[in-house]
Every structure is written in C-alpha cells, then in structure tokens.
Design a binder for this molecule. Structure first.
Ligand SMILES: NC(=O)c1ccc[n+]([C@@H]2O[C@H](COP(=O)([O-])OP(=O)(O)OC[C@H]3O[C@@H](n4cnc5c(N)ncnc54)[C@H](O)[C@@H]3O)[C@@H](O)[C@H]2O)c1
Length: 412
C-alpha cells in the first residue's frame, strides 16, 4: 500500500483540466508515479474534447483516461452524482483531484476524505473559513493529504522573493498593487452559468492568487478587505460582477490594492493581464519587489490563429509542452511543478505507512514547511474570500478579519 503509484479520479473536465492538470498527470503517469486516470464530468461533452485533443496525442502517445460518463453518452444526459460512485470504488489512499466550479469544492472534498482519499483541489479550497477548518480536521483525523493548487507559489520568482523577503533583504512590505484581468471571452464560456453575483466575483476568483502570494512571500496575515464590484450581464442574461477593485490591509498596516475583472481584450497579446508590485522599507532605504507576470520577454507572431490571435506574449514559465529527450512532449513550468509537488506530498504521506501517527507527522511537516498550500497553512485565503463577499455585496463597506479568539470576517 505505502509506495504504490496513486490511481486518480479527476472530477471536472473543464478549462483548467485541459490546460494544466491532465497534461501534468499524464507526465507523472508516464514516469510511473501515477496509475490509472479516471475523469468524471457533468456530461460527456468536455470529456470528448479532452479525449480528442490532438496536442495530448502528440505529447503523450499511447496514454489515455477512462471517461465517466462514457464518451458515447448523449451530452444532454447529466450525471451530477456519478463522481461519488467513482470515489467510493477507489481503494483508500489514492488521489481525488477536484476541478469543479468553486462553490462545488466543499462537498466533493468531504466526500473524498470520508472515503480516505488524498485530495488535490484547484484554488480556492472553499469559500468559507469554517469549511476549511472542517476539511483540515477531517483529513488529519484520517491521515490523508489535502493540497490546494496555488501554482503562483511555484513560480521561481515567487520562491526567490520568499527566500529574500524572509531573510530581511527585501525590507518590510508597506504599500503595493496587483492586477489580474482575465479575457473578455470568458463571458461567453461556461462561466456564464456559475460566475454569478450570488456565487462569486473576480476578486474571489482571481484576486486570491495575489493575496495568497503576498502571504506566501511575506508571512503577513490580512486584517481588512474592502471591495467594490461592477455588475454586468453575461450573454445568457445572468448577472455577475464583471470587475472588482479591492484594498487589502495587512497585520503590519501595509496596504495592497488589487484590480480584477473579466475584460482583457481577446485580441491583445497577453491572453490576460497580471502583475504585482510591493514597495517596502528597510532600515535606511526603500525596497521593491516587482513582477511582470504577463510579459515574460517572449512573443511570437504565428502563421495561424490557433492561439486565439496571430500575435501573442508567451509565458514559458507557467506551462508549456516542449520537446524533451523522451517520446512526445513534456510539460514544463510552475503549473507542472505545482501539480508534481502536490502529488509527491500525497505519495510522501503514503510512504509513512499504515500507522496513523506516522502519516500525521508527515502532514504536520508539510503544513509547517508552508510551500505546499494546505487547509491549515493557507486558510487566510478563505477569510479574505469571506470578507470580500461581505464587502462586495455591501457596496464596498470594509470587512475586518479577526484572528482571536476564533478567526472570522465581519463587516465593520
Ligand atoms: N489556478 C488557476 O489559475 C485556475 C484557473 C482556472 C480555473 N481554476 C479553478 O478550477 C475550477 C474549475 O474551473 P474551470 O475553468 O475548469 O471550469 P469549467 O467551467 O471550464 O469546468 C467545470 C467542469 O466541472 C464539471 N462539473 C460540473 N458539475 C459536475 C458534477 N456534478 N460532477 C462532475 N463534474 C461536474 C463540468 O462538466 C466541467 O467539466 C474552479 O474552481 C476554478 O476556480 C483555477
């Protein structure tokens, strides 16, 4: 049991599964670190798209996944509970990957933990702090791993910043700004079905990347959040927040402004816009951490528009499939490193064997090291999400985050 290649049930076959998760899992499978891969979606349509993806055939010749429902099922038939059967049939201490829309993470994670499975979940873990705590406790009690896929943590520039901030060389963070503007075309995608006012908003959806990153680099906890949102209608008529601007205050008094939205021009080269700049103070000078996360110094003009436009900035640091000495192509970048780190953590827990205290000791070590995001070491994110939701639904009134005696967010 302890050193077997983990079998995988991947729940959700959407954009992130296509762009990052499945190719990463295939590469780990090719190395013998993962066993069989089953993917479950609400219906067969996204599964067919994954199965027919020519890039996967080129990169991972001979590899495939098992589809649930099967590929020949009419896409009008929906299977909202099928993933439960797959998880229940998986022997304990294998791996469930949760890539469902944000508000569906909690029940899927709990179901997996109740069946003694390790869990890899795309960000955000959940939308409420009490859910994160319940997940943390359940996982610890059963000696299984839960890791959250905050891949910006694995960007080499984030790791470099964390090391030198924590050694004092980058001073103390005082004031900064971050932005993440996703493409306009998202409005036409499946987003319009779930990215609605009552479920989420851009600050919750992508602002969390940079909130998590400031915490990852500096170790500072957020204490107040104020977010104004701008509503608009999706093509199907549903209403959501399409833009948001937030101000996050940190426990040392530092301030981070975060702008987010679904509106980066589809034809513009970046595919989205993202950056962070943190100004700080040393004993006798100013300090700065400035990352342009959109333009990484690489741009291509193509003969075709497969990339959505003829000219694009390329981000080879995040995720690319590139030639390597082996067959096909291999994934490179922090998107792959992040998945590999999470899968390795689950394997490390299994390597501790059948004794619960031994597995719990490994879990405690992963929590304490703080590189892999876990429910225990990253639940400031759920507090910021709660505060964001309170604030944005109250037209930008600030919400405070208190840590004693019990962590909670409340409107000021
Ligand atoms: N880390 C990142 O940068 C990043 C980027 C994109 C998305 N995400 C996260 O990934 C998650 C999914 O996002 P996406 O863009 O892939 O969404 P998507 O809408 O493209 O895909 C959602 C998938 O969930 C499936 N699904 C819905 N209900 C289901 C059910 N009951 N059983 C099984 N499958 C079900 C759908 O069939 C679909 O394949 C979200 O939590 C999002 O926040 C993270």
């Amino acid at each position: 049991m302890s050193n077997h290649a983990l079998d995988v049930v991947l729940v959700g076959g959407g954009m992130i599964t296509h762009d990052q998760i499945l190719p990463s899992l295939y590469h780990l499978q090719r190395q013998g670190r993962l066993g069989a891969i089953k993917i479950c979606a609400l219906d067969s349509a996204p599964l067919r798209a994954l199965a027919d993806e020519p890039v996967f055939a080129e990169a991972f010749p001979g590899q495939s996944f098992e589809a649930f429902p099967s590929l020949d099922t009419p896409e009008t038939e929906k299977f909202p509970k099928l993933y439960r059967e797959l998880i229940a049939a998986l022997p304990p201490r294998n791996l469930v990957v949760v890539a469902l829309p944000d508000h569906m993470h909690d029940p899927a994670i709990r179901f997996a933990l109740e069946h003694d499975q390790h869990v890899l979940v795309v960000k955000p873990l959940v939308l409420r702090y009490d859910q994160a705590v319940a997940i943390e406790r359940l996982a610890h009690r059963r000696g299984v791993f839960v890791g959250i896929e905050y891949h910006k943590r694995f960007d080499r520039r984030s790791l470099e910043a964390r090391r030198h901030y924590r050694s004092g060389r980058l001073g103390e963070f005082r004031c900064g700004e971050a932005k993440m503007i996703e493409p306009y075309y998202y409005r036409h995608s499946n987003f319009q079905n779930w990215f609605t006012r009552e479920n989420t908003d851009p600050m919750t959806y992508v602002g969390c990347h940079y909130v998590d990153l400031v915490y990852f680099v500096t170790g500072l906890r957020p204490t107040e959040v104020a977010v104004r949102g701008i509503e608009g209608a999706f093509p199907n008529g549903k209403v959501g927040f399409l833009w948001a601007s937030g101000m996050v205050t940190w426990e040392n008094g530092a301030i981070l402004t975060v702008i987010t939205g679904l509106g980066y021009p589809d034809e513009a080269p970046g595919t989205n816009d993202q950056a962070i700049c943190l100004y700080g103070e040393g004993p006798e000078n100013g300090t700065i951490i400035k990352h342009n996360d959109q333009f990484r110094g690489c741009s291509y003009g193509y003969t075709d528009r497969t990339a959505g436009a003829a000219f694009r900035f390329i981000n080879p640091d995040y995720f690319r499939l590139v030639p390597w000495p082996g067959e096909g192509l291999r994934p490179v970048g922090y998107g792959y490193d992040s998945i590999e780190g999470l899968v390795q953590s689950a394997a490390d827990v299994n390597a501790a064997g059948d004794r619960l205290p031994a597995r719990q000791a490994v879990l405690d070590e992963i929590d304490a090291r703080g590189i892999i995001a876990t429910p225990k070491n990253s639940s400031i994110n759920e507090l910021v999400i709660e505060a964001t939701r309170l604030s944005i639904l109250a037209d930008g009134r600030p919400a405070v985050i208190e840590y004693d005696p019990t962590p909670q967010a409340r409107l000021r």
